[in-house]
Design a protein around this ligand. Structure first.
Ligand code: GTP
Ligand code: SPV
Ligand code: MN
Length: 605
C-alpha cells in the first residue's frame, strides 16, 4: 500500500469514488503529511480553532468582550485579492476577453503541476465538500476544495454549507467543482512554522470549460476561499451563460413599505463600495424595514412563474471592517458581537478589536494589524484598510427568514452603483432593461483597498464584475440582454436603477449622508415599481421629480440636493469619450444594443 492510500483510507464511507480518486491524485502530487476529511461539525471547528491558537495563527479575543472570537494577522504582503495573478484559462483567449489575464490551459497546467508538486509537505490537507446555496436547493451547486490552510477551512466553514451534508449530496452522477488550494509553503522535518504561511509567487487559476479551480501562494479570502469569488462568480458566470441564469456580484435585500408590501432587490456595487452596508440598512424613514438576504453574491434564474428568482449562495459574511461603526452599520456591529474571526484589525489592551470608524473616540493605545504598538499619533492606520470580519449569516439580526429559502426570492429591482465623486446622480431609473444593461456595462468606480492597485483611481468595473467574470465581459452583457428578453416576454423583468452614494462637493465632502439615509432612494425605487412616484427624464434615465424624495429630512440642503443631480455637459462628454475607448477595447463582441444605448446617451447630452 502506498503512503497516499494509507492517508485516504479515512475518507467517509459514503464519499463518492470520483471524489476519493481526485483527493488521492492531489495528495500524490502535493504530498501532505496527513489528510483530514472535514465533516463541518461544531466539534471539528472547535478543535481547529484551538489548534490555530496553539500554533499562533489565531489570537483568542477576550471572551467577556467578544465570545468565541479570534484575530488573525496575515503576512503583510497577503492582504487583498491579486488581480494581476488571477487567470481565466479558457481554451480560446477570446473567451476570457480583454479584461481577464489569460493563459493556455495546457501551459498553465504544466506551471501549476510544478508549483504544487510537494507543496503540502509537512502539512495537513483538509478536504472540504461544500454546497453553494441551501443544501438540496434546485439553484444550489456543489464543490470540493482541498487546502493546507486551517484558516481557510475555518473561513470556508462559515462562508459555505461545508461538510458531511454537502458530501452526502454528491452521487455518481452529481456535478461538483474541484478546487485545489495550497499556501505554497511546505515544511521540512524540524522546520518551525509561521503564523500565516504564504508564497511570494501567487496563482489564482480558473478553467471555465472544465470547471476547475487551482489557487497557490495566498491565504487571503478572495484568493483562497475558492467557493466564493472563484466558484460562485468566475466559474458560475460561465455555467450561468451556458444554462441561462445569472451569477452576480450583488447583495440581496427585502424591503417592506409602511403598508406591508415587500420588494426584493439585488444590487451590484464594486468591492468595498457598500454592499454589506446596503444589505444591512436600517431605514431612517419610519414604517420601513429592510431585511438582509445576502451581502456579496446572488445567483438569479428565471423561475417557473417567469419571474427572476435569486438565492444567496453563501452562508456567511466576509465584510470590510473599517468604516463599520455603531452610527454607520449597527446591524453589522451586532452581528460580530461573538463567534467572529477578524483579520488584520487592531487589538485593544483589553483583548478586543478596533478599527478606524468603529467608535468616535480612538483608543489611546492599540496593537496594530502588524503587531506593533500603536497610538493616535502613529501615522499608519491601526487596522489594514481591507481588514475584514468573517461571521455566519445566522447571527445577523436583520437576516430575513426567507434568506435560505431553497426556492429563492422574486426580484423586483436590480441596482448598479459605484464610488463616483462626480457626474453620476444619487439615483436614476433605467428607461428599459437594455438601458439598464448599458448602465451596468459602463459602470465605473474609484479603486478601493479590496484589491492591489492605486486607491481612488477611476476605473471601469462593468457589472461590478471586472475581477470576477469567468468569461468575455461583452458575452456577459449579451447574456444579461438575453435573460432580460426572456423575462420581458412574461412581462416580469425587474426594473433597473443606478445609484451613487459617493458624490462630492467642490470642498471634497460627501454631498449625501449615505447609510440609513439611502433608504430614501430605495423607497423611491419601490414607489416607481408601484407606479406611485413621478420622475423626469435626464441623460442618466428617469430621476425623481422635485419633492419625490424628502432630502431635507436627511439633513441635505437644497444646494447639495441640486448638486447631487447636476449635469455638467463637459465632464459628461469627456466621460462619453472615455466610454468610446472602453467599448472599443472590448472589441467586436460588444452587443449592438449597448452601442445603441451609448449613441443615445451622447444624443441626450
Ligand atoms: P466587498 O465585501 O469588498 O464586496 O464590499 P462591499 O461592497 O460589501 O462594501 P461595504 O458595505 O463593506 O462598504 C465598504 C466601505 O464603504 C465601508 O468603509 C463603508 O463604511 C463605506 N460605505 C458603505 N456605504 C456607504 C455610504 O452610503 N456612504 C459612504 N460615504 N460610505 C459608505
Ligand atoms: C471583494 O473583494 O469583493 C470581497 C472580498 O467581497 S473577497 O472575498 O476577498 O473577494
Ligand atoms: Mn465582494
Amino acid at each position: 500500500m502506498t503512503a497516499t492510500a494509507t492517508l485516504t483510507r479515512h475518507a467517509p464511507d459514503n464519499a463518492d469514488s470520483r471524489v476519493v480518486d481526485w483527493v488521492d491524485s492531489i495528495a500524490e502530487l502535493t504530498q501532505p503529511d496527513r489528510i483530514v476529511w472535514c465533516d463541518g461539525s461544531a466539534a471539528e471547528r472547535q478543535r481547529l480553532l484551538d489548534e490555530a491558537v496553539a500554533a499562533g495563527t489565531l489570537i483568542r479575543l477576550n471572551p467577556e468582550k467578544r465570545p468565541n472570537s479570534y484575530l488573525a494577522r496575515s503576512n503583510p504582503s497577503d492582504v487583498a485579492r491579486v488581480e494581476s495573478r488571477t487567470f481565466i484559462c479558457s481554451e480560446r483567449e477570446d473567451d476570457a476577453g480583454p479584461t481577464n489575464n489569460w493563459a493556455a490551459p495546457a501551459e498553465m497546467r504544466v506551471t501549476l503541476t510544478g508549483l504544487f508538486r510537494g507543496a503540502m509537505r509537512g502539512r495537513t490537507m483538509y478536504v472540504m465538500p461544500f454546497s453553494m446555496g441551501p443544501v438540496g436547493s434546485p439553484l444550489a451547486r456543489l464543490g470540493v476544495q482541498v487546502t493546507d490552510s486551517p484558516y481557510v477551512v475555518l473561513s470556508t466553514g462559515t462562508m459555505t454549507r461545508m461538510g458531511a451534508d454537502a458530501l452526502a449530496q454528491i452521487g455518481p452522477r452529481t456535478e461538483w467543482v474541484p478546487a485545489v488550494h495550497s499556501v505554497g509553503a511546505p515544511l521540512q522535518p524540524g522546520d518551525a512554522d509561521v503564523a500565516w504561511p504564504c508564497n511570494e509567487t501567487k496563482y489564482i487559476v480558473h478553467y471555465p470549460e472544465t470547471r476547475e479551480i487551482w489557487s497557490y501562494g495566498s491565504a487571503y479570502g478572495g484568493n483562497a476561499i475558492l467557493a466564493k469569488k472563484a466558484f460562485a462568480l468566475r466559474i458560475a458566470s460561465k455555467i450561468g451563460e451556458q444554462e441561462g441564469w445569472l451569477a452576480a456580484h450583488m447583495l440581496l435585500l427585502k424591503v417592506t413599505n409602511p403598508s406591508g408590501r415587500a420588494f426584493h432587490v439585488a444590487a451590484g456595487f464594486p468591492s468595498a463600495c457598500g454592499k454589506t452596508n446596503f444589505a444591512m440598512l436600517k431605514p431612517s424613514m419610519p414604517g420601513w424595514t429592510v431585511e438582509t438576504i445576502g451581502d456579496d453574491i446572488a445567483w438569479m434564474a428565471p423561475g417557473p412563474d417567469g419571474r427572476l428568482r435569486a438565492i444567496n449562495p453563501e452562508a456567511g459574511f466576509f465584510g470590510v471592517a473599517p468604516g463599520t461603526g455603531h452610527s454607520t452599520n449597527p446591524t453589522a456591529i451586532a452581528t460580530v458581537q461573538s463567534d467572529t474571526i477578524f483579520t488584520n484589525v487592531a487589538l485593544t489592551d483589553d483583548g478586543d478589536v478596533w478599527w478606524e470608524g468603529l467608535t468616535e473616540e480612538t483608543p489611546s493605545h492599540l496593537v496594530d494589524w502588524l503587531g506593533r504598538d500603536w497610538t493616535p499619533d502613529s501615522e499608519a492606520p491601526a487596522a489594514h484598510p481591507n481588514s475584514r470580519f468573517t461571521v455566519s449569516a445566522d447571527l445577523c439580526p436583520s437576516i430575513a427568514d426567507t434568506w435560505d429559502d431553497p426556492a429563492g426570492v422574486p426580484i423586483d429591482a436590480v441596482i448598479f452603483g459605484g464610488r463616483r465623486a462626480t457626474n453620476v446622480p444619487l439615483v436614476a431609473q433605467a428607461r428599459s432593461w437594455e438601458h439598464g444593461v448599458y448602465i451596468g456595462a459602463t459602470l465605473a468606480s474609484e479603486r478601493t483597498a479590496a484589491a492591489e492597485g492605486t486607491l481612488g483611481e477611476l476605473r471601469r468595473d462593468p457589472f461590478a464584475m471586472l475581477p470576477f467574470s469567468g468569461t468575455h465581459m461583452a458575452d456577459h452583457w449579451q447574456h444579461w440582454l438575453t435573460v432580460g428578453e426572456r423575462l420581458g416576454r412574461s412581462g416580469q423583468a425587474p426594473l433597473i436603477f443606478q445609484v451613487n452614494w459617493f458624490r462630492r462637493g467642490e470642498d471634497g465632502r460627501f454631498l449625501w449622508p449615505g447609510f440609513s439615509e439611502n433608504s430614501r432612494a430605495l423607497a423611491w425605487m419601490t414607489e416607481r415599481i408601484e407606479g406611485r412616484a413621478d420622475a423626469v427624464d435626464s441623460p442618466f434615465g428617469l430621476v425623481p421629480v422635485d419633492g419625490a424624495i424628502d432630502y431635507a429630512a436627511a439633513g441635505v440642503s437644497r444646494e447639495d440636493w441640486d448638486a447631487l443631480f447636476a449635469i455638467e455637459p463637459e465632464a459628461l462628454s469627456a466621460e462619453a469619450d472615455d466610454t468610446d475607448v472602453f467599448l472599443a477595447r472590448m472589441g467586436a463582441k460588444v452587443p449592438a444594443a449597448v452601442m445603441r444605448q451609448h449613441a443615445e446617451f451622447r444624443a441626450r447630452l
